[in-house]
Design a binder for this molecule. Structure first.
Ligand code: 26W
Length: 779
């Protein structure tokens, strides 16, 4: 071992001890939030801790004395791979902001040994390899297993016998910037007690893989058992903590708020009612009413997606088989809901105008067609339901949950997402921190991001603009270096860096991005003198392992990389780069280096998006549709500092309401430029540089999707062709405007100055006031 390695070991041990000292028995006053989620993506624990320790802390002093760099120490850590995308990263941002603002919070998540895969690029394709975030012996250095909080959860196996599983929480503290701490309770399987005949393997899989393959019934059962284990363990933990404080289950709503972070944790509702009825309220005549009253005051629910296919509906027979008593309770909740709604239909006690119709009642059923609609159970039971950006919440109120909203008009509210600027600005981008502080001559903006507004006048000052450009150039060099090392691609820093990083999904329209690149490529081939500002198109993100079309779009990007970067006729004007294995760590290199932020989902499909916010606070300028939180970004910065294009959500929804009214083939036939780009998907143009015999039809599926539709869906489901022209036009306008560096830089600084609203500190404050009912600032 070298001396540095020894120092690193010493520091890791010290850091571990320091972290353990933060895990105290959380004070439950006024009310502790138990944020229950299938995902969390906190990034490196070492990085998170370092970023929030005070400069003068003894630990940082030791680190400086031993001459160990932050980077060296961070390199010695792995990041818990406990999430997929937006949902998991949001959970981490909210946890960090709660810790910093001293809002009492526990985050309850499964501790999957195989979280999300690591993405490798091989032969022009994505290959999924396991992400080894745990040590060989299955432990993680910065976690603290707590047997005293272990919980038994139970299931009925197919064989008829009962299975009991001991869930043990491993605690990972997230330290806030002011001494507070949010503790992650990551549940792992301890003991499995099962009858000989039982399907033991199923229960051992509880903490194995996040969103395991669910194409067959056994896969679905594993997922259901995973959700149930998380739900049972969390509810039991809350009850244990009530008694620990000398209180009882009757005090649960005063002590805890159980937050259902998307429907993967919805089973907490029937599980709480079951445990109350069968263990704590036995023999009471009013047991159901008491249990129901407790549940309705304890739960809140956040919806994170409008995508129909992502709304969970479990087959009733499966619930019946694996958790008969819980299932009985769901049936009872549904029965009582229908009873109440029938009264509305028949007697209209709420005075609705017009009265509730039978169709509306049917649209709200928890159980329909033999399946349990989890979101409906949450909405009926929880005391608060929220969407994650204003447009998203409005769509829920006006379309998806219209009947619920009519009936419970104060229940549904909006809490727009946010991101932690301590990680994505102060820590990830020290150059930007210095730039802001040099302008403002103080650092109080770090405590309160809304103070960034005082940066606005500097957008008009030449000196500040020059400083901004210097900082941007330095950060582009860092990213270019990383790309050179990891992908072997040269990105000149005087190119515009145009970036789209997020999960690959058809609704996010990386395909539209590609068609725009193809169009530019073809135009340049025709006229190499074409007047455009040199641009590097950078993309990154993972596609779900079984999502064929999304994986094909990644192949398309990699094909464009080869075609364009090696062609001297065009590579002086455009380049393409796919960054491998997008994650929290390389994200911190990507955001600070970005000029153009691509936020191009079909209007009405992206619930919020959060990369849009990370780009904004890094001073990138958004090229986007009016979707998700882009709407609010636009409201903040105005037309002058954001480039909008494409159909509006009302237009998209109007097309969707009238099947057949949108005709992508007509657009294809009438627009030669569009046709030229789309045709390259099948005419071999793209594969010219890669002679792969028999592969000329590689992208045919995408072509088919755009013009004819796949799997019974209408053609061009996400309106790529409809938005192509206005996207191209907005991009070219932007590309041209970049040359006016004063104008560009002014807008970039305005983006930073107006990004305060998108801090997760504000999000947590909103949750305290609107949802958790915790008086903020009094802790
Ligand atoms: C496999 C089943 C499944 C279904 C939905 C897994 C994961 C989900 C998540 C709820 C999807 C998700 O991550 N949604 C994203 O949540 C972010 C945080 O609110 C939003 O910013 C994104 O717009 C939304 O897509």
């Amino acid at each position: 071992m070298t001396e540095t390695q020894l120092h690193i070991e010493t520091l890791r041990a010290q850091l571990r001890a320091l972290m353990e000292s933060y895990i105290q028995n959380i004070p439950c006053t006024p009310r502790t939030v138990i944020y229950t989620s299938m995902e969390i993506l906190p990034g490196s624990t070492v990085a998170n801790t370092l970023m929030n320790l005070a400069e003068e802390s003894p630990f940082l002093q030791t680190l400086r004395e031993l001459k160990v760099t932050y980077d060296d120490l961070i390199q010695s850590d792995t990041a818990p791979a406990l999430g997929n995308g937006g949902l998991g990263r949001l959970t981490a941002c909210i946890g960090e902001s709660a810790a910093t603002q001293n809002v009492p919070m526990i985050v309850s998540v499964p501790r999957h040994t195989q979280g999300l895969f690591r993405q490798k690029l091989e032969n022009g394709r994505q290959v999924e390899v396991p992400d080894q975030w745990l040590n060989e012996d299955g432990t993680y250095f910065f976690e603290f297993p707590r047997q005293e909080y272990a919980q038994w959860v139970s299931f009925r196996d197919d064989c008829g016998g009962f299975v009991k599983v001991k869930m043990v929480p491993c605690l990972i503290p997230m330290i806030g910037a002011t001494g507070g701490c949010t503790t992650i309770y990551a549940w792992k399987v301890g003991t499995v007690l099962a009858p000989v005949a039982a399907n033991r393997e199923r229960y051992l899989r509880i903490d194995r893989q996040l969103y395991c393959e669910d194409s067959d019934d056994e896969g679905k059962k594993v997922r259901l058992v995973q959700e149930s284990a998380l739900s049972q363990a969390t509810v039991r933990l809350a009850i244990q903590k009530c008694y620990e404080q000398g209180k009882t289950v009757m005090d649960l709503p005063e002590l805890f708020c159980l937050h259902i972070n998307d429907t993967h944790a919805s089973l907490m509702i029937p599980e709480l009612i079951r445990i109350l009825l069968d263990e704590y309220l036995v023999g009471r005549d009013d047991a159901w009413d008491v249990a129901w009253d407790i549940a309705t005051r304890t739960f809140v629910y956040t919806n994170h997606t409008i995508m129909k296919e992502a709304l969970e509906k479990w087959p009733l027979w499966m619930l019946q088989q694996l958790m008969p008593r819980t299932c009985q309770i769901i049936v009872e909740i549904d029965r009582r809901m229908v009873e109440r709604m029938e009264r509305e239909v028949q007697a209209n006690p709420s005075g609705l105008n017009p009265p509730l119709s039978r169709e509306e009642l049917d649209s709200m059923r928890i159980i329909a067609d033999g399946r349990v609609h989890m979101a409906h159970m949450d909405i009926f039971t929880a005391c608060s339901v929220n969407g994650v950006a204003r447009l998203h919440t409005d769509i829920l109120k006006e379309r998806e949950l219209k009947a619920f909203h009519r009936l419970m008009s104060t229940k549904i509210c909006n809490v727009t997402n946010g991101v932690t600027h301590r990680k994505f600005l102060v820590f990830a981008n020290p150059e930007e921190r210095k730039f802001i502080t040099d302008c403002l001559k103080q650092e109080d903006w770090i405590e309160d991001m809304t103070r960034l507004e005082t940066l606005l006048p500097f957008a008009e000052e030449e000196q500040a603009r020059q400083d901004f450009l210097k900082m941007r150039k330095a950060r582009k060099e860092v990213l270019a270096q990383y790309v050179k090392e990891t992908r072997g691609i040269a990105l000149p820093v005087d190119f515009i860096f145009d970036v789209q990083v997020k999960r690959f999904h058809m609704y996010k329209r990386q395909l539209l991005n590609c068609l725009r690149i193809i169009d530019l490529y073809l135009s340049l081939k025709k006229d190499p003198a074409l007047d455009i500002t040199p641009t590097a198109f950078i993309l990154a993100g993972k596609a779900a392992a079984g999502y064929r079309q999304a994986k094909l779009v990644i192949e398309l990007v990699l094909t464009l990389e080869k075609l364009i970067n090696d062609d001297p006729e065009v590579n002086g004007k455009i380049r393409v780069c796919f960054i491998e294995n997008y994650n929290v760590s390389n994200a911190m290199k990507i955001f600070p280096a970005t000029d153009i932020s691509e936020q191009i989902s079909t209007a009405s499909t992206e619930a919020s998006g959060t990369s849009n916010m990370k780009f904004m606070l890094s001073g990138a300028i958004t090229l986007g549709t009016l979707d998700g939180a882009n709407v609010e970004i636009h409201e903040a910065v105005g037309d002058e500092s954001m480039y909008l294009f494409g159909l509006r959500s009302e237009e998209v929804m109007a097309y969707q309401a009238k099947p057949g009214s949108y005709d992508p083939r007509k657009l294809y036939e009438s627009n030669a430029r569009l046709r030229r780009a789309v045709d390259t998907l099948i005419d071999g143009t793209l594969l010219r540089e890669m002679p792969a015999p028999g592969e000329s039809d590689r992208f045919e599926e995408l072509y088919h999707e755009l013009l004819y539709g796949l799997d019974g869906n209408p053609a061009d489901q996400y309106f790529v062709l409809a938005d192509f022209e206005s996207y191209r036009e907005a991009f070219l306008r932007m590309n041209h405007d970049y040359r006016d560096s004063s104008k560009w830089t002014r807008n970039a600084i305005r983006n930073i100055a107006l990004s305060g609203f998108f801090s997760s500190d504000r999000t947590v404050k909103d949750y305290c006031e609107k949802v958790w009912k915790i008086s903020f600032g009094n802790q």
